[in-house]
Design a protein around this ligand. Structure first.
Ligand code: ARG
Ligand code: GLU
Length: 695
């Protein structure tokens, strides 16, 4: 009996040791396929990615470059997160039709709403082009020369790539420039809004629950891809028809239990898993704290104003959410790096590396890498923080400064002629109109006063009284006339005159110093990555996320974040009702949902225990960009939608720990329940292929 227990423990440890990683879908044969099957998968590598036949990958689309979506019907219906479709839902909303508040459900194809600028992109195939990209690159070249060589090679490879006329190509660097892959892609630009739950479901829990478990958010929205009569990508036209995909995901009605296999397929944005310990120190001790402080100061002003006025609350809701999202993540990341001893662990790996370099007599080649990296990072922190603070203040947080930044880019465009200037002006005009639509001068002035001290002692709040750019009519007047006229008026504007020297200093001093130091560090990290893989070949290496299609896999699992606390992996509608605060902007529950709960009217979407599942946890290694990614079962069916990570595991971008890192998914049964029972959008349910893989 005892032996059996030890054996079970051993097997679980073995299993958990094989998780983590974001893998290239075309390279799953072998180790990954074996790992996945050990975790319960019945899928082969070819089921997931196949160039000659349809496979799971044909159902996965990059959603507008930042999120993931998946096809769930043979008529091009796609699912993504509510927070990914938020901008589109908002843009169709008005006081008469407030789709954010009420939700939106197209009754027929004709009611589905087109979205200018929105696109989804499929991966047609992936090819390793490393040798061809690196051809002619030699060790004695400068970084600039190497870059020029690889750029030239990449252009030639893409020009020579066989593809259909409507397809595109791109080449991306992996393992810090040690490997290159070519992607042939297909981009659809007629993508229409089909359905979205009200914010009180799709964003339930809002910022309070963001990055936190237990979670009760129905974070989904539905779109449809349209194509021309030949099923090819086409600009919006009323003659376009629903896209017929090469593959779509069947939807499982059987739900999940702890221990079930899960695969998350999507487009993770950025991770940095192979940083040296000094870099993790620099990020968590210098960069994150300074960014956190700036956003905290801005949020204090925004939050106080949102509390005091309903109008401001509505105007600033989405901005506040955006600023708070990364702010909260950085705090969680710093806590997690500390708690998981990530820096000490990385130092231990480096000691192992140094020892192995010695053993293999590679000191001449690799012996100085770590000490050089250390020296470089020592000099890097200050400029990294300065550049990042500039970006936070002048690009992300203060809107008056953000407008000045954009105007300065327009001014720069004037040097390239009147045509370029006019294009830039049109873009700036529309951005400024958008900004000033939801703008409150006193709030923005408050933000300015709160965050500018992080960058300079030269602070002049009176610019808000003098500038034209707090009022859309005045702003547009400044932008009238020839480029020379506009620039002359701009230079007389108080806010522009104030901001311009900072922006000039950024481009002439901050950015070049940053680039120079960063390039040197990148070059060292390219060598270090290569050295690590060569010297310690038995580690599990997977390339950092770079917004390309990846597979990550694991199991449904709860976790113990601290002493005596254990989190179950599944939440239910009961938990929504526990959190319910009538009228609250984060925790209100729509009447209809309360009624369905009271009547336990869950239809076929209830769990075996009679309760309605809402969200669940897995050990899949995900990051920003995986939002909207499908959670797929052992047979290739849809079981959920990824939308977040747990608080204690947000450090997984630098240090994935299978004990504590969990991704959060909305259970597809909750999605179906909302579409069917809550919204009565039966036509959508009928379109899907609902399956019972467990029966
Ligand atoms: N934390 C999730 C992500 O990084 C969800 C963000 C949207 N939700 C929010 N409350 N801001 O994107
Ligand atoms: N919410 C994130 C996104 O929008 C995904 C969560 C994460 O960062 O893991 O991509």
């Amino acid at each position: 009996m005892k032996l059996f227990k030890i054996l079970v423990l051993f097997i679980t440890l073995q299993v958990s040791a094989q998780q983590g990683g974001m893998w290239i879908p075309s390279l799953l044969k072998g180790m990954n396929e074996n790992d996945m099957q050990a975790l319960g998968s019945k899928l082969t590598a070819k089921d997931i990615y196949d160039v000659n036949h349809s496979s799971l990958k044909d159902a996965i689309a990059h959603f507008n470059g930042g999120c993931t979506s998946e096809v769930i019907s043979k008529q091009g219906l796609i699912l993504t997160n509510h927070h990914c479709g938020y901008g589109q839902i908002q843009s169709h909303s008005s006081l008469e039709h407030d789709y954010l508040k009420e939700g939106f459900w197209a009754k027929s194809l004709a009611d589905e709403l087109p979205n200018e600028g929105l696109y989804v992109e499929f991966i047609v195939r992936i090819e390793d082009v490393t040798d061809r990209v690196l051809e002619g690159v030699t060790a004695d070249m400068t970084e600039k020369e190497k870059q020029a060589k690889t750029d030239g090679n990449s252009n030639r490879i893409q020009a020579a790539t066989k593809k259909e006329a409507w397809q595109d190509t791109k080449i991306k660097s992996f393992f810090k420039g040690n490997q290159y892959f070519l992607f042939v892609t297909e981009r659809f630009t007629d993508v229409r809004l089909v359905g979205a739950p009200p914010t009180s479901i799709g964003k339930f829990g809002s910022d309070t629950d963001n990055w936190v478990w237990p979670r009760h958010t129905g974070d989904f929205s539905i779109f449809r891809i349209y194509a021309d009569k030949n099923n090819r990508p086409a600009a919006y036209s009323k003659d376009n028809v629903p896209y017929k995909p090469k593959h779509f995901l069947p939807v499982s009605l059987d739900g999940i239990s702890e221990g079930d296999f899960t695969l998350v397929f999507g487009f993770p944005g950025t991770t940095q898993e192979y940083l040296p310990a000094v870099a993790i120190k620099e990020i968590t001790e210098e960069l994150n704290p300074s960014n956190i402080a700036i956003r905290e100061a801005a949020l204090k002003v925004i939050d106080a104003n949102m509390k005091a006025s309903d109008e401001i609350r509505i105007q600033y809701a989405s901005k506040q959410a955006r600023i708070a999202n990364a702010w909260k993540k950085w705090i969680g990341e710093n806590l997690g790096i500390k708690k998981s001893n990530a820096i000490a662990k990385r130092q231990a790996l480096e000691a192992e590396f140094t020892e192995a370099v010695k053993q293999k007599k590679l000191e001449n080649q690799y012996g100085n890498l770590l000490s050089e990296l250390e020296a470089r990072y020592d000099e890097f922190g200050a400029i990294d923080v300065k550049r990042s603070n500039f970006v936070e203040i002048f690009v992300r947080t203060n809107e008056l400064m953000q407008m000045m930044f954009r105007l300065s880019q327009m001014e720069a465009a004037a040097a390239k002629g009147e045509d370029t200037f006019n294009k830039a002006r049109t873009a700036v005009q529309s951005r400024i109109k958008g900004t000033l639509k939801d703008f409150n001068t006193e709030v923005d002035r408050g933000i300015y006063e709160a965050i500018m001290p992080f960058y300079t002692t030269n602070i002049d709040p009176s610019i808000y009284d003098k500038t034209a750019f707090t009022n859309v009519d005045n702003a547009m007047k400044v932008l009238e006339g020839s480029s020379a006229e506009v620039i002359e008026k701009l230079h007389q504007d108080a806010a522009y005159a104030y901001a311009k020297p900072f922006i000039d200093d950024f481009y002439t001093n901050v950015e070049p110093e940053f680039q120079e130091k960063n390039t040197a560090i990148n070059a060292l990290e390219t060598q270090y990555m290569k050295a690590l893989m060569e010297v310690l070949p038995n580690e599990r290496y997977y390339p950092d996320a770079n917004s390309t299609l990846r597979v990550t896999y694991g199991q449904v699992r709860g976790y113990g974040p601290r002493d005596a606390v254990y989190y179950e992996p599944v939440t239910y509608l009961d938990g929504v009702m526990e959190k319910y605060v009538p009228g609250d902007y984060e925790f209100d529950v729509p009447q209809k949902l309360q009624e369905l709960y009271a009547a336990k009217d869950y239809g076929r979407y209830a769990d075996a225990n009679g309760k309605l599942p809402v969200c669940f946890l897995g050990t899949n290694h995900t990051t920003g960009g995986n939002s909207g990614s499908p959670a797929i079962d052992a047979h290739g069916n849809l079981i959920g939608l990824n939308f977040d990570r747990v608080w204690e595991g947000t450090m997984s971008d630098m240090n994935y720990d299978p004990e504590i890192c969990r991704n959060i998914m909305v259970d597809v049964r909750y999605v179906l329940f909302i579409i069917d029972k809550y919204a009565g959008a039966e036509r959508l349910i009928k379109e899907m292929k609902l399956v019972h893989p467990k029966k």
